[in-house]
Design a protein around this ligand. Structure first.
Ligand SMILES: Nc1ncnc2c1ncn2[C@@H]1O[C@H](COP(=O)(O)OP(=O)(O)OP(=O)(O)O)[C@@H](O)[C@H]1O
Ligand code: SF4
Ligand SMILES: [Mg+2]
Length: 342
């Protein structure tokens, strides 16, 4: 397995939530409505790669994370894990997959059971999956705590309330690592932590990715932390990826008008850190009723009639970045580079 090995790949992935049940529809005569939270996602994450996922609130970031670890059942498309199709696996195969694909949540205060000691919390997944003898489990717990730089001898018998937020989040990471996963989704893992300790938790994630060969999807509103930890960035808008490529290119030379607006709106890019949610001018259309053509056309200053009728594809633009915009599609419009930041 080389560094380049594809760990996880989504192809045309769709996750829709049905809001009205069949019974409701039968009673009212109204059709069930679907929230198209993910609507054709193509994304690849390789071993040792940390991919950042950014976009406004409600664009589908958490749904993508939950779908990739198969906490949600996708509605369509395909998810491959080291080449195996795991889109619809169930039962034992799903359990095996879940060993290998772990989720780290945002809130280290409520994600740890306050009645268990740190040792018990980290050991719990091994017990649930009936892995190893007591001695083998103790060794795995000690190794996982080592990896997150929490000295087991000191913390094993403590309770979460005796830990700082940063230490709790390290314990949450150790708990995810104890099953020796190959893929981790970290959904805003440091957004509730003090800025002064965010870097140390991110450093651990980055180090683990390289040391253990982990593929990581890092979901965040904080572009500064994305620039700090990610090799590659994907930008989501209304259930689709609108731009992706190397982190440096996306953060410093965004091509898609939406990414350009995101970068212009976020103070952290110009040096000042923020933990605020990303908010841009103009209403985000509902995922219950997505606009025809380009989904960003209702807010884009460059929108043309073509944009309002024909949906652009996510296409390779300059060899490294992929962009979903007619401005960059040679077939649709004469190429130009004079778009500036919007
Ligand atoms: N279980 C669910 N049932 C119905 N709709 C849902 C469900 N989960 C998410 N949604 C909807 O799907 C869309 C995407 O939600 P998601 O939580 O993935 O967004 P997000 O990008 O993670 O937002 P945030 O940045 O606020 O965490 C939203 O419109 C949301 O209301
Ligand atoms: S396709 Fe048109 S509306 Fe959509 S982002 Fe590009 S220029 Fe704007
Ligand atoms: Mg979310």
């Amino acid at each position: 397995m080389t560094t380049n090995t594809v760990a996880i790949q989504a192809q045309n992935l769709k996750t829709h939530f049905t809001l009205r049940s069949g019974v409701f529809s039968a009673l009212t005569g109204k059709e069930p409505v679907a929230v198209r939270a993910l609507d054709g996602i193509d994304l690849t994450i390789r071993r040792k790669q940390v991919v950042g996922l950014i976009g406004e609130s409600g664009c589908g970031k958490s749904t993508l994370g939950m779908s990739l670890v198969r906490m949600y059942q996708p509605t369509g498309g395909k998810i491959s894990f080291f080449g195996d199709d795991i889109t619809n696996v169930q039962g034992r195969n799903l359990k095996t997959y879940r060993h290998q694909a772990q989720l780290i949540f945002q809130d280290p205060y409520s994600s740890l059971n306050p009645r268990l000691t740190i040792g018990e919390i980290v050991e719990e997944p091994l017990r649930i999956h009936r892995i190893g003898t007591a001695a083998e489990r103790a060794k795995k717990v000690a190794d996982a705590l080592d990896l997150v730089r929490v000295p087991g001898s000191e913390y094993l018998h403590r309770y979460p309330n005796a830990l700082s937020g940063g230490q709790r989040q390290r314990i949450a990471i150790a708990r995810a690592l104890v099953l020796e996963p190959k893929f981790i989704v970290a959904d805003e893992p440091v957004s509730m932590l003090d800025v002064s300790i965010q870097a140390s938790v991110l450093e651990i994630l980055d180090e683990l990715s390289k040391k253990l060969g982990l593929a990581v999807l890092y979901i965040s509103h904080d572009i500064a932390t994305v620039g700090y930890i990610c090799d590659h960035v994907a930008v989501m808008y209304l259930g689709q990826i609108v731009e992706e490529g190397p982190a440096e290119d996306i953060l410093t030379a965004p091509r898609h008008p939406y990414t350009q607006r995101l970068m212009a709106a976020i103070p952290s890019v110009s040096g000042e850190r923020t933990r605020e949610r990303i908010e841009l001018a103009g209403d985000v259309p509902s995922p219950l009723n997505v606009p025809p053509g380009c989904r960003f056309s209702t807010r884009c200053p460059h929108a043309t009639d073509l944009c309002r009728t024909k949906a652009p594809a996510l296409e390779n633009d300059n060899g490294t970045q992929r962009v979903r915009c007619h401005l960059y599609s040679a077939e649709d419009m004469a190429p130009t580079t004079d778009f500036g930041m919007v």
